[in-house]
Design a protein. Structure first.
Length: 724
């Protein structure tokens, strides 16, 4: 019996329910099976029962080898992230690993699906590893701001070498079974039924007289030199921009050159430090926020939804074409309908060239591209919509035109089937009233390019039914997009915050004295992939102007409100596509070059408004843009357009380039402290006038000494106890 583990008393069998782990003996093989849906996270229950199973195997005279295998599609997604905020209880994963390494008989891990984080670390501590050909193995902790803390940084370098280990840990991207075999991470790759192959593999090891082979006993790892480190960091520079976890990873991997016991202590201290870092708190917040955004009040979590095999999309412009590719990529058949043959032909060309560029970049094979292209057919006949499981309208952004199309769709598509409108500015409720069945209508706000963007805003009209929302959430899952449900108000969540908060403040700063390049550089330094003026030039200044034309039909805004961007549109300075915008661009180039004409235009617009321009420091630029974003975010919450602060964070990190490692604007506000946020907004209110005013929700949270996170938790608790 292993002495490293303290086991619960009086547990003679581990097969009693709940069966998070089961143990059985098949001849000389002690078979331990982890069964903890959905992803076999190694929570306390699993660890307890693994310890029991290992003890049973150790005590059985028949057992000559132990096999660890998993039920479901995932070997294990690792440690239970929900336990990270609490005190961990024994047995720890490290204790289990030590027990495995000390087993008197060999222990084999048979990996199906994903072995991630602690799941892979468990396998690393086993004496032999077998992976199914479809398996993928990785240490993705860095994506959560964590350094692997269960021996990953010590055992992986011992098995595959320090540089490949550093590469795997810093990239966070899982590798295939074949790659794992070639690196020496697994011993065998199995085809077909993994359990059968694994048992045969074990029997062979027994016949060969193979002994336990603890990874910890392998020679200390080779050392990393600075050029290796620079090469690995350079390869991931974009993903790691403004991040800090990679430095901790390097320190931990370097410790693999020490004797194992020392190295593991260094790793434990570094992992603990990473867990407490603001970066990790933010990234873990976003992890759960993204998974929580599809849990919507009034929509049953496991609502039934129709199978979606056939999709009709009306409008073969940029959005319709992108949406068609998104569904084709998800294996669905698409009919793209447009009454203009030329538009259909153009769309077909775009589809072909987009897939051709995917092939050129090595992202997909010719065969896959051909299959996807074949899934999209074009038609000029709207009546073919009747065969579709859902219909999406993606015609030009014009209320009357969209109403006409929706009404036609409503008459041909059997009732109950979802009709979605792809709009970024129009009222979903009003559009729904153009049909006889407004309950089945909602908005799907796709972002450009629709086939690649991560975010999908699902806009609930006043009449949209819970079933309709549930179907839309299912659609998002099919398309592998992160859904956020928004209320039906101008700009929904993201564009409202962009227009009234972030971009507006950026323009105000230009009028007051900053240059486009200074504003962009300051916000890029903060962590945005691209500053606001470069984003405008990329998307087209005319796009924003059209949105504001729609806005002014519904609401008004005090001057100055995008006077510069709209003037640029008037001047035909639409951005990259015309070679001129906030910046100028060389023929065919993408480098944003300063343009004295724009500086003169800014000076003129400022002086017309009596604004005396002066220099502004980068700190103020960032603070004002981010506070404005937070403040409008709070308004969006108090108006009920967004339901949760975490939803706002998801919108901004997955759709608008807010740095993920800061957790989104509302989480970032909590990091700053609501009192500080409110005080700084009041500071600007005194200096700049009434458009700077703390949102009611910010004042309320300040009074209650609360936070957006706390506000979310209270609402969640209230939802769980209706009527109280
Ligand atoms: N701990 C606790 N819960 C986890 C988890 C973990 N390590 N990994 C996933 N889950 C939960 C999710 O929160 C989700 O719960 P919900 O249904 O209540 O929302 C559920 O498992 C399914 O996860 P989801 O991400 O929606 O499924 P998927 O099939 O798209 O992706 C994974 C599965 C495993 C790839 C993905 O969840 C993932 O990357 N997990 C984290 C892996 C990781 O970083 N491990 C290292 C931990 S140290």
């Amino acid at each position: 019996m292993n002495t490293l583990l303290t086991l619960p008393e009086n547990k003679s069998t581990v097969s009693d329910p709940p069966k998070a782990v089961t143990y059985e003996e098949l001849g000389s093989v002690g078979l331990i099976r982890i069964d903890n849906p959905p992803v076999n996270a190694l929570n306390q229950e699993v660890r307890n029962r693994l310890a029991e199973a290992l003890a049973q195997a150790t005590n059985s005279p028949r057992v000559k080898i132990v096999l660890i295998i998993s039920g479901g599609k995932t070997f294990s997604a690792g440690a239970d992230l929900k336990e990270f905020d609490r005190e961990m209880t024994d047995p720890s994963l490290q204790q289990l690993q030590a027990a495995i390494e000390m087993m008197p008989v060999p222990v084999v891990a048979a990996i199906c699906g994903l072995a991630l984080g602690g799941g892979l670390e468990l396998a690393l501590a086993c004496h032999y590893r077998l992976a199914h050909e479809d398996a993928r193995l990785g240490l993705p902790e860095i994506t959560l701001g964590i350094v692997p803390g269960a021996g990953g940084t010590q055992r992986l370098p011992r098995l595959i070498g320090s540089r490949p280990a550093l590469e795997m840990i810093v990239s966070g991207t899982p590798i295939t079974a074949a790659e794992a075999k070639s690196k020496g991470l697994v011993d065998e790759v199995a085809e077909g039924d993994l359990r059968d192959s694994a048992i045969k593999f074990c029997e062979q090891l027994v016949r060969d007289g193979s002994k336990p082979r603890p990874t910890r006993d392998l020679a200390a790892a080779d050392s990393l030199d600075e050029s290796m480190i620079a090469a690995v960091l350079g390869a991931h520079a974009r993903a790691l921009k403004s991040r800090t976890t990679q430095r901790l990873v390097i320190d931990a991997v370097k410790a693999a050159t020490l004797p194992f016991a020392q190295g593991i202590e260094v790793e434990a201290a570094i992992a603990k430090k990473s867990l407490a870092s603001p970066e990790s708190l933010a990234l873990r917040h976003i992890f759960f926020a993204e998974r929580g955004s599809s849990k919507v009040e009034g929509v049953p979590e496991h609502a039934t939804h129709p199978d979606i095999g056939q999709v009709a999309i009306v409008g073969a412009g940029t959005m319709g074409t992108g949406i068609a590719m998104a569904f084709a990529d998800a294996g669905r058949s698409v009919t793209l309908i447009d009454n203009d043959e030329t538009a259909l032909a153009r769309s077909k060309d775009i589809i072909r060239s987009t897939y051709a560029s995917g092939i050129k970049r090595g992202r997909i094979s010719q065969e896959t591209a051909d299959e996807r292209i074949a899934r999209i057919s074009g038609s000029t006949d709207l009546s073919c919509v009747s065969a579709a499981d859902i219909a999406i309208e993606a015609v030009f952004e014009d209320m009357d035109l969209k109403k006409r199309v929706l009404s036609q769709l409503d008459s041909v598509l059997p009732p109950q089937r979802l009709i979605a409108t792809n709009t970024s500015t129009l009222s979903i409720t009003e559009l729904g009233h153009a049909t006889a069945h407004p309950r089945r209508v909602l908005g799907l706000h796709f972002f450009v390019p629709a086939q690649a963007s991560k975010l999908l805003e699902i806009v609930r009209g006043k009449e949209s039914s819970p079933d309709t929302v549930a179907t839309a959430l299912h659609v998002a899952k099919l398309l592998r997009k992160v859904p956020v449900v928004s209320g039906d108000a101008f700009g929904f969540i993201g564009n409202r915050m962009m227009l009234d908060g972030y971009f507006r403040e950026a323009e105000q700063l230009l009028l007051e004295g900053a240059s486009p390049q200074q504003v962009d550089a300051a916000l890029e330094q903060f962590g945005f992939a691209m500053g606001p003026q470069r984003v405008s030039d990329l998307g087209g200044n005319d796009v924003g102007t059209k949105v504001r034309i729609q806005l002014y039909q519904r609401e008004s805004r005090p001057d100055p409100y995008f006077v510069l961007a709209d003037r640029l549109t008037e001047l035909g300075r639409l951005g990259q596509k015309t070679g001129r915008g906030f910046y100028r661009y060389e023929q065919g180039g993408r480098d944003a070059l300063p343009d004295p004409d724009v500086d003169r235009l800014i000076e003129k617009l400022a002086s017309q408004r009596g604004i005396v321009r002066s220099s502004i420091d980068d700190k103020e630029i960032v603070e004002r843009c981010i506070l404005a974003l937070i403040n409008v975010g709070a308004v969006v919450l108090e108006e009920g357009i967004a339901f949760r602060a975490s939803d706002v964070d998801v919108v901004w990190t997955s759709g608008y380039g807010f740095p993920r490692h800061l957790g989104g604007p509302m989480f970032y506000a909590d990091t700053l402290g609501i009192g500080h946020v409110a005080a700084r907004i009041r500071h600007y209110q005194r200096r700049l006038g009434p458009y700077w005013r703390p949102a009611g929700l910010i004042e309320k949270l300040e009074r209650e000494n609360s936070s957006f996170g706390q506000w979310d938790r209270q609402r969640k608790a209230a939802m769980a106890k209706p009527g109280e």
